[in-house]
Design a protein around this ligand. Structure first.
Ligand code: GLC
Length: 555
């Protein structure tokens, strides 16, 4: 395989549909590149790596939160929605980064976190200083406690990361937080909250941001009568009818209809993608409506095993859903919340469980003994090559292009993820293992991440995965991703797919332009159809595709 060519972005600046089949690369900014040697990645670090992103051949960057934050939840606890964390840079640095990305033909999507602010946000500080029942408290969800002196929380609700869902303040009232106590939930019935987010959207759109990733888009609207249900009652409630008190309520779409009007004030209209872990593809489709956010993440493939039957069903279901909404499907295997897919696929089948926590991994006794890392990466490359050939948008997470595995052995005292410390309803490792700073070079204090170490410890085994090593190796995972993304640009046409052959081990589909895609989920080699093999994730010998591999063929 030759060194991959530099591909110009084929997307024109006025193209309103650029997102439909974009390859979007997620940057977790604190762990990408550190320009000032403080151990934390920053925005100038991103700017310095734009040539790398361009050579990779992606269409857009999705930047996880870079706002001022105490990092109680990796930046998803936002102090100020319209500023940059001083440790990550300034607004000028942001503008420089946006300009550099745009000059390279790469669009920029920022993360919006509307369900909760941080407890350091000026509004929450005002709420704490203000009395019960005051307008300042009305921007959040404050309630009196139960018990003779209100010493018990209003309900027994458990937060998503474990621990109580309410925290008491000095005058005895309690506030609701779906996540950590440092992430108080906004009251979305409050018009000031609604207005302020419109201001935030315009603020970033005016700065040239092309789109938004909307964090836990399904949680904003809540129905909280005086008499609140217990956790057990909540758990028993239907989550598919749009009437659950806390999640995926139908009224949430009124908010996104308002946001859509703001997006459409711009040329091209600003794009948005919902993060909504909802119960059914039908519920998800509502977030992807053109009158709403326009696109929604599907985590179906991410939760699936490496299994032809599951992949076939999921691909069909998702394509059917977008046919109904007019959106495009999204595909993703890895992000900052889940165990890296190269590692997951080296574990025994998870049947969709514990994707987030890697519990099985811990139970299995750790990576050295029970994970087949080589097999995991082989399957991950096969799955990724299949994904990159599907109609719709492909979301990639920093480091997967290097074939990185999850880092399991981070000492407890160096971990940062609140999931790890709060215990939640699991005993996993939390999410730090996929957030370890990237290796850019095979040596140095932080593998070239920065001049003075990294905020999460990088393992010795990172060295052969370093960009500087993989860049020179035509057989590396990085060269494979570059080649795949470049070819995808050439081959991507109308958003249709036809199945050619489907059995329990092999999926074969065809995209317009005689682009044939064959994935062998089994372990025995299978015969490929005649044609030119454009790219394969593993050996093709005498027309035979090896086990757990994908090939792209032009016929
Ligand atoms: C989303 C983010 C996750 C964060 C949570 C709370 O799920 O992806 O990282 O912890 O929301 O904001």
């Amino acid at each position: 395989m030759a060194e991959s060519p530099h591909t110009e972005s084929t997307l024109s600046p006025s193209d309103a549909n650029w997102w439909r089949q974009a390859a979007v690369y997620q940057i977790y900014p604190r762990s990408f590149a550190d320009s000032n040697g403080d151990g934390l990645g920053d925005l100038p670090g991103v700017t310095s790596r734009v040539p790398y992103l361009k050579a990779l051949g992606i269409d857009a960057v999705w930047l996880s939160p870079f706002y001022p934050s105490a990092l109680a939840d990796g930046g998803y606890d936002v102090d100020d929605y319209r500023n940059v964390d001083p440790r990550l840079g300034t607004l000028d640095d942001f503008d420089e980064m946006a300009a550099a990305l745009h000059a390279a033909g790469i669009r920029l999507i920022v993360d919006i976190v509307p369900n909760h602010s941080s407890n350091r946000h000026v509004w929450f500080q005002e709420a704490l200083a203000a009395p019960k029942g005051s307008p300042a408290r009305e921007r959040y969800i404050f309630r009196d406690g139960r018990g003779p002196n209100g010493e018990l929380p209003p309900t027994d609700w458990v937060g998503a990361f474990g621990g109580p869902g309410w925290t008491q303040v000095s005058d005895g009232q309690w506030y609701l937080h779906f996540f950590t106590p440092e992430q108080p939930d906004f009251n979305w019935d409050n018009p000031e909250v609604r207005e302020d987010f419109l201001t935030t959207l315009r603020f970033w759109a005016d700065r040239g941001v092309d789109g938004f990733r909307v964090d836990v888009a399904n949680l904003l609207v809540k129905d909280l009568p005086a008499d609140l249900p217990s956790q057990a009652e909540l758990d028993a409630m239907d989550r598919t009818s749009g009437t659950h008190p806390l999640m995926d309520r139908d009224e949430v779409h009124e908010i996104y209809a308002q946001w859509r009007k703001v997006f459409n004030e711009y040329i091209p209209p600003r794009f948005a993608v919902a993060e909504a872990w909802v119960e059914t593809p039908e519920r998800r489709a509502r977030y992807a409506s053109p009158e709403g956010l326009g696109q929604a993440f599907s985590f179906d493939l991410l939760e699936a095993d490496f299994d032809a039957t599951q992949f076939h069903r999921i691909i069909n279901d998702n394509l059917e859903q977008v046919r109904l909404t007019g959106s495009t499907s999204t595909w993703v295997f890895s992000n900052h919340d889940v165990t890296r897919h190269a590692t997951r696929y080296g574990l025994p089948p998870l049947n969709g469980r514990n994707v987030k926590q890697g519990v099985e991994w811990v139970k299995a006794g750790g990576p050295a003994e029970d994970i087949d890392l080589e097999r995991g990466l082989r399957r991950a490359k096969a799955a990724t090559l299949l994904m990159l050939a599907l109609p719709g948008a492909a979301y990639l997470y920093q480091g997967e292009e290097l074939g990185l595995h999850e880092v399991a052995d981070i000492p407890a005292e160096q971990r940062q993820d609140p999931c790890f410390f709060r215990g939640a309803d699991y005993n996993g490792l939390g999410r730090d293992g996929c957030r370890v700073p990237l290796p850019w070079q095979a040596d140095g204090t932080s593998f070239g991440f920065g001049a003075n170490g990294a905020h999460l410890p990088q393992p010795e085994w990172f060295a052969p995965y370093a960009v500087s090593v993989e860049e020179k190796d035509p057989a590396s995972t990085l060269s494979f991703y570059r080649r795949a993304l470049a070819l995808r640009h050439e081959l991507q046409g109308p958003e249709t797919l036809e199945w050619d052959d489907v059995d329990e081990n092999v999926l074969h589909f065809v995209r317009p332009g005689n682009w044939h895609v064959v994935t062998n989920f089994g372990t025995a080699p299978v015969a490929l159809p005649d044609g030119e093999v454009l790219l394969a994730s593993a050996e093709v010998e005498n027309g035979m595709l090896s086990g757990e591999a994908t090939a792209w063929i032009r016929r």
